[in-house]
Ligand binder design. Structure first.
Ligand code: PAF
Length: 280
């Protein structure tokens, strides 16, 4: 497995691989890799990628001033070991300076899908995500890029960016990977105390209960379901940020929960903000 720090060198290497007829997958990450990330490598293999490039970059432009950029967990050595074992063929560890030179001045804004849910609570977040992902697409020029469903709004925002800016890349989404307890895997889970981790289970429990109900009926009123989920989160010591039922394509609020609707949750366990979702 090769490792790169310099965007130009990775770009030249990827160009050559493409010219040789290879199929390139990109897996953008912020590192501190877990089974969720490794499932993306496995999915890329199943899609017959011959080169799987994993980028590891804690992207400063997607963090707000009071967010966890400085304390975001980092462990490059462990990430390299995990990626090598999982079958990645190249890793990219750029520095903030070589992604964003001092006089950096171009950003990508997606205005519609970013205006709601996490985008409304984290101003500038998706501008940072779109910008860095656009840069990664231009550096690697992958045939496809893999993202996890846990960040469902992110996937839809990136799909919109790809459509509207005519990027030549397929966006593939892989299912959420969960601990046995149901907790969705996230690098941020490492912040949780034992008590917070127990509280956090209420999020996946609420979604599981909803999925079970939806096996028996074709629709439910979103207002009632939202109230029930909010009450369950609060009862378990969480501070909900939002519980929303949205159309999975447009992310517009939905009055009913039915096929094609995504139920999205963000909630704080202590100071840690967790997100999870289910698509009916
Ligand atoms: O999902 C993430 O880890 C990040 O938002 C991404 C896509 C790697 C961009 O920094």
């Amino acid at each position: 497995m090769l490792t790169f720090n310099d965007p130009g060198k990775l770009q030249a290497w990827c160009r050559l691989r493409r010219q040789k007829g290879e199929k390139i997958a990109l897996i953008p990450t912020m590192g501190y890799l877990h089974e969720g990330h490794l499932s993306l490598i496995a999915a890329a293999k199943r899609k017959n990628a011959t080169q799987i490039v994993v980028s590891v970059f804690v992207n400063p432009t997607q963090f707000g001033p009071n967010e966890d950029y400085d304390k975001y967990p980092r462990d490059e050595k462990a990430d390299v070991t995990k990626c090598r074992k999982a079958g990645a063929t190249a890793m990219f560890f750029p520095t903030p300076r070589n992604m964003y030179p001092e006089d950096y001045s171009v950003f990508v804004n997606e205005d519609r899908l970013s205006a709601t849910l996490c985008g409304a609570r984290r101003p500038g977040h998706f501008r940072g995500v779109c910008t860095v992902v656009a840069k990664l697409f231009n550096i690697v020029h992958p045939h496809f890029a893999m993202f996890g469903q846990k960040d469902f709004q992110q996937v839809q925002v990136i799909r919109r960016m790809v459509r509207d800016l005519n990027f030549d890349v397929e966006i593939a989404m892989a299912p959420i990977v969960r601990e046995k307890s149901g907790l969705a895997l996230s690098s941020r889970n490492t912040y949780l105390s034992d008590a917070e981790r127990t509280s956090a289970l209420a999020i996946s429990e609420a979604l599981r209960t909803l999925r079970r109900k939806m096996h028996k009926v074709s629709k439910l009123p979103a207002g009632d379901v939202k109230k029930q989920i909010l009450a369950h989160l609060v009862k378990n010591g969480l501070k909900p940020d939002y519980v929303e039922a949205v159309d999975a394509e447009t992310l517009a609020p939905s009055e009913t929960i039915r096929k094609g609707v995504a139920v999205m949750i963000a909630a704080y366990a202590g100071k840690t903000r967790l997100i999870d979702n289910t698509i009916i």
